[in-house]
Design a protein around this ligand. Structure first.
Ligand SMILES: Nc1ncnc2c1ncn2[C@@H]1O[C@H](COP(=O)(O)OP(=O)(O)OP(=O)(O)O)[C@@H](O)[C@H]1O
Ligand SMILES: [Mg+2]
Length: 310
């Protein structure tokens, strides 16, 4: 049985728009006329098995956060069915909260004035975490995420990267079998990103925590997530492995030439399965004396960009 299941899930928001009256003053228009319907998620279906690591991809406004909020019980779907660990999330919000950990990189849940130590203690009570397990988890996460130095520092004095690590540890304190991570590395430098990526991968491999990760950074997902789900404008676009994505949408490489005495570069995109690099170099060589050639094979980011650009 899948640990998470979505069947024909849709979410329509009613957005109350504000208009201006004749004097240019902002007024709330009569509700019926002004409420616009936004179909944020349309007919989305997928099953996730326990232990999977899913990269959830989509352009800004594609509906990723909306979907995650529905899976975590924060929002109810307008139609369709969702189960998470055998529960309907929005109907059993409390029980569902025990089964999941959630990080929204764009929105902090931390209390500014409290240090991590107090924040953790608060969550211990909320989630009724047994003392022994609590101690063990705090120790493990403080070590793995290197948070010892700022354990008792008020959150407001922490850097973004430090704060994000606290958020991540907090979401996992009660050992949830499912983790929803919505842009958990937003704004972090490459080193911090890599460390956090490695941390998630380790968790997923070690105890089979099911992870659903959204990120705009494809490098977060390329090597980490075994399965990618791409959505666009609320609809399913692709569901499968990174390798399947590459073979479906073409594995495009780019050869970039510089010529002696010429300032301009020449870029040639080609599919290595269809055209030989030696032919392309020969062709470029007929244009002038090649000074340098750089060949870059497509990564997930290139392919996804290509897909979203139509
Ligand atoms: N509370 C809300 N009320 C009305 N419309 C909303 C609300 N939240 C989101 N939307 C709209 O729903 C659509 C999907 O938004 P959502 O936040 O799910 O996208 P996203 O894929 O997470 O985007 P991003 O990458 O920018 O985080 C967008 O058009 C957005 O404007
Ligand atoms: Mg979002």
């Amino acid at each position: 049985m899948p640990i998470i299941s979505l069947k024909n899930v849709s979410k329509t928001y009613k957005a109350q728009s504000k208009g201006a009256d004749r004097d240019g003053k902002l007024v709330e228009r009569v509700k019926k006329k002004s409420s616009r319907l936004i179909e944020a998620v349309k007919n989305l279906s997928f099953d996730i098995k326990q232990g999977e690591f899913i990269g959830f991809i989509g352009e800004n406004g594609a509906g990723k956060s909306t979907t995650i909020k529905m899976m975590s019980g924060i929002l109810y779907p307008s139609s369709g069915e969702i189960t998470c660990c055998g529960l309907v999330p929005y109907k059993k919000r409390r029980e569902n909260a025990m089964n999941i950990g959630v990080v929204f990189g764009q929105r902090s849940r931390l209390v500014w004035e409290l240090p991590m130590s107090d924040t953790f203690a608060l969550y211990k009570e909320i989630y009724r975490i047994p003392a022994e397990r609590y101690e063990r988890n705090v120790k493990t996460f403080v070590e793995l995420l290197e948070m010892g130095e700022f354990f008792t520092t008020p959150i407001r004095q922490l850097s973004l990267g430090q704060r994000m690590r606290v958020e991540i540890a907090l979401s996992m304190l009660h050992d949830p079998p499912v983790l929803f991570l919505d842009e958990p590395t937003i704004g972090l430098d490459v080193v911090a990103k890599k460390n956090i990526r490695d941390f998630f991968r380790e968790r997923n491999g070690r105890d089979g925590t099911t992870i659903i990760l959204t990120s705009h950074d494809m490098k977060d997902l390329d090597t980490t997530a075994k399965r990618l789900i791409l959505i666009t404008k609320g609809e399913m676009l692709f569901d499968g492995s990174a390798a399947a994505l590459k073979s479906r949408y073409g594995d495009e490489s780019v050869a970039e030439f510089t010529f002696a005495g010429a300032p301009d570069k020449l870029s040639v995109a080609f599919d290595p399965a269809k055209r030989k690099l030696s032919d392309i170099i020969a062709e470029a060589g007929s244009r002038g004396e090649i000074e340098n050639v750089e060949v870059k094979s497509a990564d997930i980011e290139d392919i996804v960009r290509k897909i979203y650009n139509g």
